[in-house]
Design a protein around this ligand. Sequence first.
Ligand code: CTP
Ligand code: MG
Length: 174
Amino acid sequence: MLELILSSVYLIFPAYVANMCPVIFGKLNFPLGHSINKRLFGANKTYRGLYTGFLGALLVLLLQQYLAKNNILADYTLLDYEQISIPLYAALFGFGAIIGDLIESFFKRRINIKPGRPWFPFDQLDFVIGAYLFLLPVYLIPWQNLLAIIILTPALHFLTNLIAYLLKLKKVWW
Ligand code: CTP
Ligand code: MG
């Protein structure tokens, strides 16, 4: 059970970091991309998400590859980090997470939920579903791990959002 939890979180971790990056880098005064399309996705979505998400996933994957080379956490790895193309997987995890979030925002706007307002459980899962779908052509996440990810992610998401809220990185706690 613990192995399933740890290996699932370790696998999806690049998508978690990709999803956090637009929020973190927003407050570090990185150049703000203009909004992609306010009417379609809402004013909170920017191009910043796309490149910071990719870079965040890339950083995590490079670290995971380094750990794999040194045989650290090897019991919990599903991907063969020494064999896979790191930039390709960074693109799939990173763009998958951010585009998953964009698509979720698109539907939120269509049913008239204001930008920033909660829509459980889709706010909590959009980025992992995006990453799952983008990974499909090269890697099928086993269903047991996918199930673990879907159960664990909302709890982890609330926890990190609460921290981001307390650090004043986010205006709302959800
Ligand atoms: N963000 C961004 N570009 C993206 C995605 C997110 O700049 N492509 C930043 C925005 O500052 C956004 C924050 O990350 O406010 C949090 O994103 P998220 O919680 O996914 O969106 P919401 O602001 O809650 O908007 P929505 O209602 O559309 O989910
Ligand atoms: Mg969202």
